[in-house]
Design a protein around this ligand. Structure first.
Ligand SMILES: Nc1ncnc2c1ncn2[C@@H]1O[C@H](COP(=O)(O)OP(=O)(O)OP(=O)(O)O)[C@@H](O)[C@H]1O
Length: 247
């Protein structure tokens, strides 16, 4: 596609509107235009209810907007019907959630390979092994998630995302359930995915210290992008959050 070169955005939202049935009248997304490029780490922040999770769901093709366009690797998602939409998502997108979303009955290894099995592609075992090594879980392949700490579980979730070589990883509060040290490990691994693999990362967070790992912070309020910050630090993020919340 024309606009998906090395410098083109992996994910592009143009004037995206999402209105929930029975909502209070204010749309969850009220016309959001934003793009996320390969090899960039983006944080999305904003007050509770500002539309962060809805933005992630629409950008990932998990939810359909009521207006506007979402392009993933240059492909307009609104034009895709199932199962093409699911295929596009499986091929290009990785997810990391606050609650890990691992299959408890499967081993670490089976969890990491599951998305590729579901996609019907032949799992790249050598890369999966490399990825487990990268996240510090080599040797834990046969463990069940129940035998792991929260930080280790989240690193399995990250390995699962990376194993499919996604162009973009969407992370919804990936450090929300972790202590400081485990959270830092996960953030460092997301950073590595951006710097070494040129993955785009889009991470929703409430934590200025987590956002400071990003290259850029996008601030939402009332379903709109109200501010942006490049090269964020804990201090500049905290100050901007205060300003956005007070406005
Ligand atoms: N499934 C739904 N049905 C109806 N309204 C919803 C639904 N999901 C979200 N909303 C509403 O849409 C708005 C945006 O919600 P969203 O979860 O995207 O915000 P958020 O910024 O992620 O919030 P938080 O930080 O609390 O997770 C809120 O007003 C919320 O109540």
């Amino acid at each position: 596609m024309r606009n998906h070169g090395a410098r083109g955005p992996v994910v592009e939202l143009v004037d995206v509107v999402r209105r929930y049935a029975g909502g209070s009248g204010t749309p969850a997304l009220a016309g959001v235009t934003v793009a996320f490029a390969a090899g960039t780490f983006n944080a999305v922040m904003g007050p509770s209810g500002s539309g962060k999770s809805t933005l992630l769901q629409c950008a990932a093709g998990l939810d359909r907007p009521d207006g506007g366009q979402v392009r993933l690797a240059g492909q307009e998602l609104g034009t895709l019907r199932e199962p093409k939409l699911t295929q596009a998502r499986r091929r290009r997108v990785g997810f990391v959630f606050q609650s890990y979303n691992l299959m408890e009955s499967l081993s670490v290894w089976q969890n990491v390979l599951l998305p590729q099995r579901l996609a019907g592609t032949r799992p790249d075992r050598a890369w999966a092994r490399e990825v487990l090594h990268r996240v510090g879980l080599a040797g834990r392949e046969d463990d069940r998630p129940g035998q792991l700490s929260g930080g280790q579980r989240q690193r399995v979730a990250l390995a699962r995302a990376l194993a499919a070589r996604p162009e973009v990883i969407f992370a919804d509060e990936p450090t929300g359930a972790l202590d400081l040290g485990a959270g830092r490990e996960v953030l460092a691994l997301l950073r590595e995915a951006v710097d070494d693999l040129r993955t785009a990362v889009v991470m929703v967070t409430h934590d200025p210290a987590a956002a400071a790992w990003a290259d850029r912070v996008v601030f939402l309020a009332d379903g709109r992008v109200v501010s942006e910050l490049a090269q964020p630090t804990v201090e500049t993020v905290a100050a901007r959050m205060t300003a956005v919340t007070a406005a």
